[in-house]
Design a protein. Structure first.
Length: 246
């Protein structure tokens, strides 16, 4: 397993990370293994360094907790028995375990509350000091209701809300690359709106109703692009749709 620092071991380092490790612990660096791993984790935490050097730590070591939704430990598969925070959030054994637990949790809540986002988030974030703000944040992205094929977008919005941007980006990147594995047997990833190339001109009546719903902030083009990176819809087409449904 190697020396553990939090959840990060020498074996968790990528090839690039191992080059840094060798330098830090070599004659020039003179660091101990623990010091070297700490320095590598600091480097990994800065997006500019990741852009420059690439990932230094494998995706399965995004954080020490591997809990992208800050789920309370209720004995989910993959929990380690250890927790963090006053609310006893779970520490998972891998990114996969944390993402699968989040997917199962939200999938169940969507069913329990018939897709009502206010009820889903009020239950999910019941311990948050600003539940209304949480509900508003998620509603701005997914609308007041969510169907099964929209659960991936709900998951992504929760990850964005629950994590610092640089951490959320790593989780979202991993989720996009492994969605079939994460969602397998729980929900379908085929209609994941992050991969949907359907033009906005063909938007469904439900989506139009979501745009029109009272209290729902109109999604802007940049937000749409973030959740639909493969879309070919132009800013002009998007604005035409907004004008049509406003």
């Amino acid at each position: 397993m190697g020396l553990i620092l939090g959840d990060t071991t020498i074996n968790d380092l990528t090839e690039q990370g191992k080059q840094f490790y060798d330098y830090y612990t070599g004659e020039d660096g003179g660091m101990s293994t623990e010091e070297a791993l700490k320095n590598i984790k600091v480097l990994q935490s800065e997006p500019s360094n990741v852009s420059k050097y690439g990932d230094l730590i494998s995706s399965n070591s995004i954080t020490d907790y591997l809990n992208p939704g800050n789920l309370v430990d209720v004995g989910q598969d993959g929990t380690t028995g250890k927790t963090y925070g006053e609310n006893e959030f779970a520490i998972f054994d891998s990114v996969d375990s944390g993402l699968i637990a989040l997917t199962k949790d939200l999938n169940k809540k969507v069913g329990d509350f018939d897709g009502n986002v206010k009820k889903i988030i009020s239950k999910y974030a019941s311990g948050d000091p600003d539940v209304k703000g949480y509900v508003d944040f998620i509603t701005d992205i997914v609308g007041p209701t969510v169907e099964e094929n929209e659960i991936p977008t709900l998951i992504e919005s929760i990850i964005i809300k629950e994590n610092k941007p640089e951490i959320a980006d790593q989780y979202l990147k991993y989720l996009k690359e492994n969605s079939d594995k994460i969602y397998d047997g729980i929900i379908s990833s085929k209609n994941n709106t992050s991969k949907n190339n359907t033009r906005l001109a063909e938007i469904t009546q439900k989506d139009i109703d979501n745009f029109k719903s009272p209290g729902t902030k109109m999604m802007d083009f940049d937000t749409y692009q973030y959740f639909n990176p493969d879309s070919t819809v132009t800013r002009e087409e998007f604005n035409q749709l907004k004008a049509r449904v406003a």
